[in-house]
Design a protein around this ligand. Structure first.
Ligand code: FAD
Length: 471
């Protein structure tokens, strides 16, 4: 369909002001945070900003009848080109539809529209002593719809898990415009085993099966106490060993973060006043709960960590905690400082590996970086083996881009070889779909069957998550 016809068709079904077609405005929708988006120019033909289920359904019906690709988009903070229209067509921007419909505190749940920002929801809940536990680093930007579609999590996933554990039900507009409700049409139950669990099928489906238009989320009581242990290790191997010993002492921290030597160096270059000790690894253990148990757990972690660490510090005072945590909070930005003209690119940034292999993996990534001539900074959520690797290059030099792409390919393949995964939290999108067969084998055939059943015309976010069968 001609672009002008497409816009005319949409004008007949949407209110004025819900369609964006100016080429300058469309540029914004050709990006997310991924390196792939930076290297390409995936422009949409048009963007729509629907604010009701009826509008979403009408757009989907129109797109279905005319076989036009539709890419749902939240805040566009994804790292995988997931919300970027790699085959053009319509981008459906849901970020303006940000209504918190109901905080049903009596039933420990909330009902929201897809564009609600995660941090905003948690601010509202905090006033009632509640929270929605998954905690991506993008909390101040990302939407609940994007979190559900990507099954997002964060540094507290080690204790609280991923978004999927909190989604009680969804309203979804299918590719042909039909509207369904999962998890029970009128349900307010927090526990149910009724029906096939298609809610979970949509969580993490990255917008390839339908558009999420309403989310019913479970909420939890917000812990009153929090404390941080910082432990410094001369030997990298002692860091994962310490983590295991903490688990074996009966403690499940709410976060366990690692900075390896490369990350320590980057932080000290970026902000010398943080002055992290020169070591092979630093671990940050966060514990939360009631203040008495926090105190007990913090002291116990210190006792366990001291068996291997060269220094250990424990804090519950807000100012001191912020200071211990500062190195971790700036590391993503600091990474670029390992070379004066460097830019940190978001590629190969999210592998997850078995805890028992973390030290080996960090060393191997360093060796792969040397092999390809690319500086890499490593940090991440060691408690669940989720390693964030940050290649630092000059992206304006084509040869460096090639070197980074080769490195990232090696990192992804290596992660699968050691019993890990190409992505622990950021998802697959367009950047990791090519590893699907390597990682999932024959199961990819079943994924294709599910995609075909929901979206026989292949219009829903094409080119993402499940690769097309090779001819
Ligand atoms: C600084 C930074 C830190 C980050 N930290 C983390 C982290 O700690 N943990 C983590 O998991 N991720 C993290 N991310 C990645 C990203 O923020 C998350 O994946 C987030 O959930 C994406 O939300 P979004 O609203 O930006 O979605 P988008 O990027 O807009 O979209 C993501 C995917 O969801 C689909 N989608 C969006 N809305 C809908 C909808 N309503 N219906 C159907 N499909 C939809 C899109 O098509 C796309 O495939 C980080 C990103 C940045 C930039």
């Amino acid at each position: 369909m001609e672009r002008s016809q497409l816009i005319k068709g949409l004008e007949q079904i949407l209110e004025p002001g819900r369609i964006i077609s100016d080429p300058v405005d469309l540029m914004y929708y050709s990006f997310d945070s991924s390196f792939l988006a930076r290297l390409n120019k995936f422009m949409p033909d048009v963007v729509v900003t629907p604010r009701s289920t009826e509008e979403v359904s009408a757009v989907m019906r129109f797109a279905y009848e005319n076989s036009i690709p539709v890419t749902p988009r939240g805040a566009g903070t994804g790292e995988t080109c997931g919300s970027v229209p790699v085959q053009g067509g319509i981008v459906m921007d849901l970020s303006t539809w940000d209504t918190i419909e109901e905080i049903d505190a009596a039933n420990m749940q909330v009902i929201v529209r897809p564009g609600v920002i995660h941090g905003r929801l948690n601010e509202k809940l905090a006033a009632m002593g509640m929270f929605f536990p998954p905690d991506p680093g993008s909390t101040r930007m990302c939407t609940i719809g994007g979190m559900v579609a990507n099954n997002a999590s964060g540094l507290r996933a080690v204790k609280y898990g991923c978004t999927e554990q909190y989604v009680l039900g969804l309203e979804v507009v299918l590719p042909n415009g039909e509207v369904i409700v999962t998890g029970g049409l009128h349900s307010r139950a927090v526990k149910s085993v009724s029906g096939m669990n298609i809610t979970k099928l949509f969580v993490g489906s990255e917008g390839i099966l339908g558009v999420i238009t309403r989310v019913r989320l479970r909420i939890w009581p917000k812990p009153k106490g929090r404390g941080i242990v910082m432990a410094v290790y001369k030997s990298l191997d002692d860091a994962p060993a310490s983590v295991l010993e903490v688990y074996q002492s009966g403690i499940l921290p709410s976060g366990i973060e690692v900075l390896d030597q490369s990350a320590i160096k980057a932080v000290n270059l970026y902000k010398p006043e943080i002055n992290l000790p020169d070591a092979e690894a630093i671990l940050l253990f966060e514990v939360d709960g009631n203040p008495d148990s926090v105190e007990w757990e913090g002291n116990k972690i210190c006792e366990v960590a001291r068996q291997r660490a060269i220094s250990v510090e424990w804090a519950t005072d807000a100012k001191r905690m912020a200071s211990l945590w500062e190195g971790r909070s700036v590391v993503a930005t600091a990474a670029a400082r390992v070379r004066p003209d460097g830019t940190r690119v978001f590629a190969g940034e999210d592998i997850s590996v078995p805890l028992s292999k973390v030290a080996e993996v960090l060393r191997a990534i360093r060796a792969l970086g040397d092999k390809h001539g690319v500086r890499v900074v490593n940090y991440g959520h060691i408690g669940d083996g989720n390693v964030h690797t940050a290649p630092v290059i000059d992206p304006d030099i084509p040869q460096e881009v090639e070197m980074a792409n080769a490195l990232v390919d090696d990192i992804h393949r290596y992660a699968v070889t050691v019993g890990g995964t190409t992505t622990g939290e950021h998802g697959v999108g367009a950047v990791r779909a090519k590893y699907a067969e390597l990682e999932h084998g024959a199961a990819v055939g079943v994924m294709r069957m599910i995609k075909q059943a929901f979206d026989p015309k292949g219009i829903m976010n094409p080119g993402k998550l499940v690769p097309k069968e090779e001819a």
